[in-house]
Design a protein around this ligand. Structure first.
Ligand SMILES: [Fe+2]
Length: 398
């Protein structure tokens, strides 16, 4: 009985150890580090995660002090003590993340959430797996990569001008064209998204993983239209590619780059300021003062919307007074475990902003799970395209 209890303790310490390296992996993947170095680091840490439990069970469990075979913890060598203490802290962190996931509920600003599931493979009735990187993952059983959730969320925002009641924003993110999922998959997704007839469309970055797929824009994003415009920023995966060419091609297709300078959109007698940030990979955060108040015109913006590839810029946006922030990048974790939730999310906040709606002060953040990823694998974490409807706080029609 004691051996089983000690085995469980060793298991808990192994999980805590893995959690510590996952913390490192998530934070380093949030930084502007080149892909090759990140991959190397990740492989080393993953190897450590596998080796540590083996060493722990052999050394502490079977030899010195051999707690699985009648040994006493009091005989644990001195140098193991700080190591195991840190692993125990790691396990507490693991529990904290799990409870935070279980107890998550959207803030009061999100008043409604509906969703429709569309199985694209059945709908098109064709093989949608191409020859791109990691294509062998796409066909794994239970993979949800082709089951796209079209979500409709309603937000109640205090600074929204009354004339904008019901403004509809299509939030698209993380298409990751690589050839792994065929072009037809994305054509169909964009076609369905366009059918929602949004007032404006926003793409939050990570368009291209293989430059040969750049011409896929011709029948995916290029035909998309919205009365107030289509706006974009790029993401870290575009930064790894020829981002200049990706940017130019999108602009030629009629999409407006939000990172050159904030865009003032006059609508129904009020001004919507749309800004974008690709920090920490490209450029700098937008300067608000000059564009928000045009000299002489007195055209102060009534509502501030930021598009940021990573949700890590949320706290900066709160300090700047943005009303709404749209982000992607974290893909919801892509693989979520029952009870535990997401594990790998490239963010300085770990899994905290993996996906969903969050609020701080009067700023609301919506993090899309995105459509795809370089690894075409999704478990308990379907691809997502969102239609966000904005309401004023005194609206009765919600
Ligand atoms: Fe991404």
């Amino acid at each position: 009985m004691e051996a089983i209890a000690n085995g469980l303790i060793l298991l808990v310490l192994s999980v805590g150890h893995a959690e510590l390296w996952i913390v490192v992996i998530n934070r380093t993947h949030a930084l502007p580090i080149h892909d090759v170095r990140l991959k190397r680091l990740r492989h080393v840490l993953e190897l450590l995660m596998v080796l540590f439990p083996i060493v722990l069970f052999l050394s502490v469990g079977l030899y010195t002090p051999g707690v699985l075979v009648g040994g006493d913890w009091n005989q644990l060598p001195f140098w193991w003590k700080p190591v195991l203490f840190v692993c125990a802290l790691g396990f507490l962190g693991f529990l904290y993340s799990g409870f935070r996931h279980l107890l998550y509920k959207p803030p009061r600003q999100q008043t409604e959430h509906q969703s429709e599931l569309i199985h694209i493979r059945q709908r098109l009735n064709q093989d949608l797996i191409g020859e791109g990187p990691y294509h062998y993952l796409a066909g794994l059983p239970f993979n949800q990569i082709f089951s796209v959730e079209f979500t409709e969320k309603k937000f109640e925002l205090p600074r929204l001008p009354a004339n904008w009641e019901g403004l509809r924003i299509l939030h698209l993110s993380d298409l990751h064209f690589s050839g792994t999922l065929k072009r037809e998959y994305f054509i169909e997704l964009c076609r369905i998204a366009q059918e929602t007839e949004p007032d404006l469309i926003i793409f939050a970055g990570d368009l291209i993983d293989e430059m040969k797929c750049l011409d896929w824009l011709d029948d995916t994003l290029s035909p998309m239209q919205a009365p107030l415009g289509c706006f974009f920023i790029l993401g870290n995966h575009d930064w790894h590619q020829d981002s200049l060419q990706i940017r130019e091609t999108l602009m030629k297709a009629g999409w407006i780059d939000l990172t050159t300078e904030p865009f003032l959109l006059e609508y129904e007698g009020h001004t919507l300021l749309l800004a974008g940030t690709e920090v920490p990979w490209m450029g700098a955060h937008p300067e608000l003062k000059q564009p928000a108040i045009e000299e002489g015109s007195g055209a102060e913006s009534d509502f501030l919307l930021l598009v940021s590839h990573t949700p890590d810029n949320f706290h900066w946006a709160v300090r700047q007074g943005y009303d709404l922030v749209l982000a992607g990048h974290t893909h919801g974790g892509q693989v979520r475990f029952p009870l535990i939730g997401p594990v790998f999310t490239p963010s300085l906040h770990g899994t905290r902003y993996a996906s969903g709606t969050f609020a701080r002060g009067s700023t609301v953040l919506h993090v899309s799970r995105g459509v795809s990823g370089i690894h075409p694998l999704r478990l308990f974490c379907r691809p997502e395209i969102s239609l966000l409807t904005l309401h004023t706080t005194d609206s009765e029609d919600r």
